[in-house]
Design a protein around this ligand. Structure first.
Ligand code: FAD
Length: 381
């Protein structure tokens, strides 16, 4: 198979880029080892600064139709006090089962070829894909890494963060039935971690947490035992979990989350989404960043395919990526450190009433800026 662009990974970043470039007439293949629709570890809080792009692709209308709830407030539940504030714009609660499927189908409708169920196993002049005993290859003028926060190619490309064993965290999530926090996302703090609770479509509630690896010693991936321990330690969490009954058979977890800087271009591969940098999950901005990084790289890849010098394009994308994302990544770590220390959080909440809106503002992009960038891309179609 020969294409202009091969994208490895059909999460929000890869499928968005596929939709953008295929809509411009480029030939695009988007590959994913999973067969869609598929579930994914995530808080499933879709930030408002993702919506201009999702709107333009028709995906917001589809999630609204599916009943994705609107989230207008954030409630931080401390040990001694709660603190609630209005979000500057409404977010949505939407499952990854639905959102990722919609984005991939949108890419296909706009002309991309979806190769879900195929794992990319070798990168080079041609990309090798395997499925069961079958093999096929793709020759692409541009290769894009959208494989998420951790993949086999990070090792092959010698990316430094892979060797970092000191800053690892793990996420866990499960859907529940019960009384969802209507209209709000709730954030809970515990030692070395935190939890987010919000409603998604179908009246379900997603409870998703992140915990530092050293707090998991002895649990060996048994998330039910870990959650029992949390409930024993933290009465606030026990009361929260008591409001719900599991709606999924088990917890979902996945690769480690490593908070180390990574480069947006590596060995000629353009990285987007988590593969290009990780904003702390606490912010609920990872999917927005995935969509925005696709929007940021799309005009650069279009220019490259239209004959612009590769080195210029790579350097420009590196610069733009740094300007756009580095400040919010740095702020996200500061906020996460506070939320993983219940006592400090209680003290901060009692003294600094404007803390929440301040952090929210600094950990995402301005929705209007994203709307202008989206308008600029779609005005050329
Ligand atoms: C605990 C936790 C909670 C979070 N909560 C939120 C939240 O509430 N809101 C939010 O916006 N973000 C949240 N995030 C972040 C969000 O999940 C990510 O930022 C987002 O999924 C990144 O999208 P992506 O497209 O870059 O990667 P992914 O969604 O990870 O997609 C990568 C895809 O690549 C595929 N892939 C990998 N390797 C290969 C290969 N070799 N061949 C083929 N396919 C491959 C995978 O199967 C996967 O489908 C959370 C993250 C964590 C860890």
């Amino acid at each position: 198979m020969e294409v202009d662009v091969a994208i490895i990974g059909a999460g929000p970043a890869g499928s968005t880029l596929a939709a953008l470039l295929a809509g411009r007439g480029f030939s695009v293949a988007v590959v994913d080892r999973d067969t869609f629709p598929r579930d994914k570890l995530c808080g499933e809080f879709l930030s408002w600064d993702a919506l201009p792009i999702a709107d333009a692709l028709g995906v917001t209308a589809a999630i609204d139709e599916a009943g994705a709830p609107r989230i207008a407030n954030c409630r931080i539940v401390g040990n001694r006090r709660d603190y609630e504030f209005a979000l500057p714009h409404e977010a949505r609660g939407v499952s990854r089962l639905l959102f990722d499927e919609l984005l991939l189908r949108t890419a296909v409708t706009r002309g991309a070829t979806a190769l879900d169920g195929w794992t990319a196993t070798a990168l080079g002049e041609t990309i090798t894909l395997t499925r069961g005993g079958e093999t096929r290859s793709i020759r692409a003028r541009v290769t894009v890494g959208a494989w998420g926060r951790w993949g086999r190619f990070d090792q092959q490309l010698g990316r430094a963060f892979v060797r970092d064993r000191a800053h690892r965290s793990f996420g866990f999530k499960r859907h529940y039935t019960g009384d969802p926090p209507r209209d709000a996302i709730e954030l809970f703090s515990f030692r070395n971690g935190y939890l987010g609770v919000n409603e998604i479509e179908g009246g379900r509630t997603n409870i998703c947490g992140l915990v530092a690896a050293d707090r998991l010693t002895g649990h060996k991936g048994r998330w039910d035992a870990f959650v029992d321990e949390l409930r024993d330690d933290e009465p606030v969490l026990d009361a929260m979990y008591a409001r719900y009954a599991p709606a999924q058979e088990s917890f979902l977890s996945s690769e480690p989350v490593i908070f180390r800087a990574r480069s947006p271009v590596e060995g000629g591969v353009f990285m987007i989404g988590d593969a290009s940098g990780i904003v702390d999950p606490l912010t609920g901005n990872g999917m927005a960043m995935a969509l925005q990084s696709a929007l940021l790289v799309a005009p650069r890849i279009a220019a490259l395919l239209n004959g612009r010098e590769r080195i210029e394009v790579e350097n420009e994308y590196r610069r733009a990526h740094h300007e756009f994302f580095a400040p919010r990544i740095a702020w996200s770590r500061r906020v996460a450190r506070l939320l993983s220390r219940p006592r400090l959080l209680d003290a901060a909440l009692s003294t600094r009433a404007k803390l929440g809106p301040f952090f929210v503002r600094h950990t995402r992009d301005d929705r209007d800026v994203v709307a202008r960038m989206t308008g600029a891309w779609f005005s050329i179609q």
